[in-house]
Design a protein around this ligand. Structure first.
Ligand code: ATP
Ligand code: MG
Length: 563
């Protein structure tokens, strides 16, 4: 695979792997993606997926999908299914290597007994509060639990009775016996097992009332699966000594290496599953697949392609530096993809009638418009021209401002793929608002622009009598500040109240194009759009994926505005 030598793809983790391969430390690379099934995946997870599965692919290794399901009260099978769908949609496959940390509960129990027998773990009777008190602080060493030197046989017996359900929640824990004076708080006899009665685990049901902690479960799960490189985010850096301690003290078949990288943060959105869950549960968005959500389900419904998300993840790279990526980077990735691949159609979002008075009433004609300006293989489509058209309200100004290049009273404009028209009058309603434009056309201007006619503007249009009505949803950023909830504010107070504009009277000329949910288009001069599953026969609904150009830089402007 030549891709692995592509300099764009190299990062410090790949360099470690190449070194390990060169030194013969591993014959085969094995990674894993370990989501907790307590929410849908988001674009941050995509960074980890692309990294883990990408490494497996480029080094002819494997990447497992493992549900890290040791926290049953927040987990749910809906998430288990959605996560698998999203990873597949992103373009990755775990073959038969689908695992659950809960599959290892029995083995994890066995390794805990091994630790007890080696004198490396003990059953402790301190409650959660006392454990916290005894732990000490960053500046003060901790105090040893009075149960720390309990004979292994006694701990072993108590541990078995904990499993058998003899003790209530919180009465006893199993703790590693490491070092209460360690400068690293994670090594001050961390809890390995807690008692949790009454929870029904989505995989193991009521079988267990004893649940292992993440810090204990993760290294052992990695080792049991033969993972060589366990890639995780930076907040686990301080847990690495504990990861290594667990691996060194139980008889697992291999020694995986944990390497940390920085999380992806994106401006104008939030990425924690806790906050995203809150948005969904409180009805602040329509669901996990709301097109404004940074979830993969939301981005997919918004019109993002998996190729664009992968390209974005490659582009942001992998480092240890904290960062907040501009939304413009994500948008430019989808723009590049859709610019190449989305067929063009004309859709009028804010219709204003235009009557071509010089054009016969009974003679609509099918003009030909290419589906892509640069790619002839995408062919062409018929567009019906007729006497009554719609243009966009924003493309006409009775009294033009300086620099306005579109249609004005008395001025000329080219109708894209059609004729040059001149506006000779306006029609107003009783309130004085313009409801239609009166125009004439020049029949000699089809497909050419005579040198003597300096027409600066080109606008899009549809035939009023041949077009289909559609609903178009324009999305803006979900939050109105780059870092929602910064400075201790409630992040919900930063929601952008104008993140969705629904236009219900839009018109499009589909030509012969099928408008089916999931199809993506460029609406000429407007942006890229996808057909939403809310569409009904004869009444398509579109989501705007992204505008044609980057408009995020503008502080005040609505992103729909054009110059
Ligand atoms: P959250 O804070 O959103 O709940 P998490 O880390 O608890 O995230 P997990 O389901 O445990 O979510 O994450 C699965 C994997 O994805 C982990 O290896 C985690 O490090 C990685 N991951 C999660 N969020 C990000 C992110 N923003 N950027 C990069 N990797 C991430
Ligand atoms: Mg987590």
């Amino acid at each position: 695979m030549s891709e692995q030598t592509d300099s764009k793809k190299t990062n410090f983790i790949r360099r470690v792997i190449e070194e390990d391969l060169a030194q013969g430390r591993h014959a085969r690379i094995a990674t894993r993606f370990p989501p907790e099934p307590n929410g849908y995946l988001h674009i941050g997870h995509a960074k980890s997926i692309v990294l883990n599965f990408g490494i497996a692919r480029d080094y002819q290794g494997t990447c497992n999908l493992r549900f890290d399901d040791t926290n049953p009260h927040k987990e749910n099978p809906e998430y288990v299914a959605a996560i698998q769908e999203d990873v597949r949609w992103l373009g990755y496959d775990w073959d038969e290597r689908l695992y659950f940390a809960s599959d290892y509960f029995e083995q994890l129990y066995g390794f805990a007994v091994e630790l007890i027998e080696k004198g490396r773990a003990y059953v402790c009777e301190l409650d959660a509060e006392q454990i916290r008190e005894y732990r000490g602080t960053l500046t003060e060493p901790g105090r040893e639990s009075p149960h720390r030197d309990r004979p292994p046989a006694e701990s072993r017996d108590l541990f078995a009775r904990m499993r058998a359900g003899e003790f209530p929640d919180g009465a006893l824990t199993l703790r590693a016996k490491i070092d209460m004076a360690s400068p690293n708080l994670n090594l001050r006899d961390p809890v390995l097992y807690r008692i949790r009665h009454g929870v029904i685990h989505h995989q193991t049901g009521r079988e267990w009332c004893l649940y292992p902690t993440y810090d204990y479960t993760h290294p052992i799960s990695d080792a049991l699966e033969g993972i060589t490189h366990s890639l995780c985010t930076l907040e686990f850096e301080d847990h690495r000594p504990l990861y290594d301690w667990v691996i060194a003290n139980v008889s697992v078949p291999c020694k995986p290496r944990q390497i940390e990288f920085s999380r992806l943060n994106l401006e104008y959105t939030v990425m924690s599953k806790r906050r995203l869950t809150q948005l969904v549960d409180e009805g602040l968005v329509a669901g996990w697949d709301d097109p404004r959500m940074p979830s993969l389900a939301g981005l997919r419904r918004r019109g993002y392609t998996s190729a664009a998300i992968r390209a974005f993840c490659e582009r942001i790279g992998v480092t240890k530096a904290d960062n907040r990526v501009e939304m413009a980077m994500l948008e430019s990735a989808i723009r590049e993809d859709l610019d190449r691949n989305a067929p063009r159609i004309m859709v009028v979002l804010r219709p204003l009638k235009l009557v071509v008075e010089s054009y016969p009433e009974d003679r609509p004609e099918a003009l030909i418009a290419p589906n892509h300006p640069k790619d002839e293989t995408m062919k062409a489509r018929p567009v019906t021209f007729s006497r009554e058209l719609y243009i966009d309200r924003n493309d006409f100004m009775e009294e033009p401002v300086k620099g306005f290049k579109r249609l004005t009273l008395g001025g000329e404009v080219r109708l894209r793929h059609a004729y040059v028209v001149r506006c000779v009058g306006v029609v107003r309603d009783a309130a004085g608002e313009i409801i239609a434009l009166r125009c004439t056309h020049d029949p000699d201007t089809l497909g050419k622009n005579p040198a003597d006619r300096k027409v600066k503007g080109v606008i899009h249009w549809v035939s009023a009598t041949h077009s289909v009505a559609a609903e178009v949803r324009l999305y803006d950023r979900l939050f109105s500040v780059p870092e929602p909830g910064a400075g201790g504010r409630d992040f919900r107070a930063d929601l952008n109240p104008d993140s969705l504009h629904t236009l219900t009277h839009c018109f499009l000329d589909p030509g012969l194009t099928e408008i089916a949910p999931g199809n993506r288009f460029q609406f000429e001069r407007e942006g890229y759009f996808i057909v939403d599953p809310d569409s009904r026969p004869g009444r398509p609904v579109f989501n705007r994926t992204v505008t044609l150009r980057d408009t995020w830089g503008r502080k005040t402007g609505r992103t729909t505005e054009r110059s």
